[in-house]
Design a protein around this ligand. Structure first.
Ligand code: 13P
Length: 278
């Protein structure tokens, strides 16, 4: 199979009434666990990393590994920059061979978000790469200290935004938030339904950790075509690692590495099944 664009995967998900899982990675074990789960399920996935995570997992180390893992996988895999905040980082990701980039200018005024997203669409087009943008404000944070208040996406604004920018995928805010939810969120499926009726562009759900399978299935039925999962994979890796080290006096690195990959594998496989309506 091959390294493919997010556009190819979300368009195919649209035809099949599914969503493709976009799984955040931060080290080799996470990449290996996610790719093995995709191969065993026979479904494509997206490997992604957010700009704010590059402090822990530098792009110059992660990017070649992510791209190579996709090129060698037995299923289609896209490699995506999640929550790109600066044009420099987006440029670097494209130069490393990422097949998709997200510009998150959702905290900027509408017109500025359109203008900056338009610049990224033009830049990505030179690489044949896809672009995701966000409209409205998803809650939580992506690794910094700022907590953002949720602001649901306006369906008419979403239509104007997609028409004027030509993005390949649009992240919507419907009460979802990044990180572990303190209480189960009340997702605004009514708003999602309106956005899906108003906008032709495939829709993306961020903040997948903690959303129930039933809510995922409903979101997919209402037009969500890409679902982001980060915290659940990091937590699984840490839990499996702890479970292993708790049981032995002298932890073995190689066993620890396998357990970390297995934690991510189990989490990714579970989500792939739900997203592909199994
Ligand atoms: P979670 O950390 O809540 O799974 O969110 C992932 C995400 O949306 C990354 O952009």
């Amino acid at each position: 199979m091959a390294l493919v664009t997010v556009k190819k995967l979300v368009d195919s998900a649209e035809r099949q009434g599914k969503a493709v899982g976009a799984f955040s990675v931060g080290n080799m074990e996470m990449v290996m666990g996610a790719v093995a789960a995709a191969e065993d399920s026979g479904e494509p996935i997206i490997l992604q990393i957010a700009e704010k995570r590059l402090k822990n997992s530098p792009l110059e180390l992660m990017a070649p590994m992510m791209v190579s893992a996709a090129q060698h996988a037995r299923v289609d895999i896209a490699v995506h920059l999640d929550h790109g905040l600066t044009l420099d980082c987006i440029q670097a990701a494209l130069d490393y061979g990422f097949t998709s980039v997200m510009l998150d200018a959702s905290l900027l005024p509408f017109e500025e978000n359109i203008a900056m997203t338009g610049q990224v669409v033009a830049k990505a087009a030179r690489y044949g790469a896809s672009v995701e943008a966000e409209l409205g404000v998803v809650g939580g944070n992506e690794g910094d200290t700022a907590e953002h208040k949720i602001l649901c996406t306006d369906p008419q604004a979403a239509r104007t935004f997609c028409e004027q920018t030509g993005v390949d995928a649009l992240a919507v805010a419907i009460g979802n938030a990044h990180g572990n939810y303190p209480v189960l969120p009340a997702l605004r499926f009514d708003i999602l339904e309106q956005i899906d009726k108003t906008v032709d562009t495939p829709l993306v759900l961020h903040g997948g950790t903690g959303i129930t399978d039933e809510m995922f299935r409903k979101a997919v039925a209402l037009g969500i075509r890409k679902i982001n999962i980060a915290t659940a994979s990091f937590d699984h890796l840490a839990r499996y690692a702890k479970a292993y080290t708790d049981t032995v006096d002298a932890p073995d690195y190689f066993k620890l590495s396998s357990e970390m990959a297995r934690g991510v594998y189990d989490n990714v496989l579970r989500h792939i099944k739900v997203f592909s309506n199994r």
